[in-house]
Design a protein around this ligand. Structure first.
Ligand code: SF4
Length: 137
């Protein structure tokens, strides 16, 4: 997607992965993606794209149901708001405020073999996909 930008880096082993936020987003380019070598870039980078709304399986016509499931099923992993550069345009924040942010560091864009609660949260999908959606570009 032409507007895709990296806004965080996934750190730690997959089961305990946490996101570290970048001070500023950086564009997703072929050169950047090549830097991850044999590892899929989506396992390392948190990537933000413009929300696709009705083109996305998680959108119910007015709200992001993936964000709703994250809020409903995942426990908070932080107690303070992460220093996240996309908050002003983040759909998850717009819909759930800090409740979403407290759960956000455990989300990676692409996680294989996620725990059961993540499978539930992702709507039963084995491959958990979550680009953080911007409400506007
Ligand atoms: S939910 Fe909060 S921490 Fe996560 S991307 Fe949106 S604004 Fe940033």
């Amino acid at each position: 997607m032409p507007d895709a930008r990296v806004f965080g880096i996934v750190t730690g082993a997959e089961a305990n992965a946490q996101v570290v936020w970048l001070e500023k987003t950086i564009p997703v380019t072929p050169e950047l993606l090549a830097k991850t070598g044999d590892v899929e870039p989506q396992r390392i980078f948190r990537i933000v794209v413009k929300c696709q709304e009705n083109a996305c399986v998680h959108f119910d016509g007015s709200r992001c149901q993936l964000a709703q499931r994250i809020v409903d099923h995942l426990k908070p992993t932080v107690e303070e708001l992460p220093l996240c550069s996309i908050r002003p345009t983040c759909r998850w924040f717009a819909e759930h405020k800090r409740v979403a942010c407290f759960r956000c560091p455990q989300i990676s864009t692409h996680t294989y073999d996620p725990p059961a609660v993540f499978k539930t949260t992702a709507g039963g999908s084995m491959k958990y996909e979550s680009s953080s959606p911007m409400t506007q570009s």
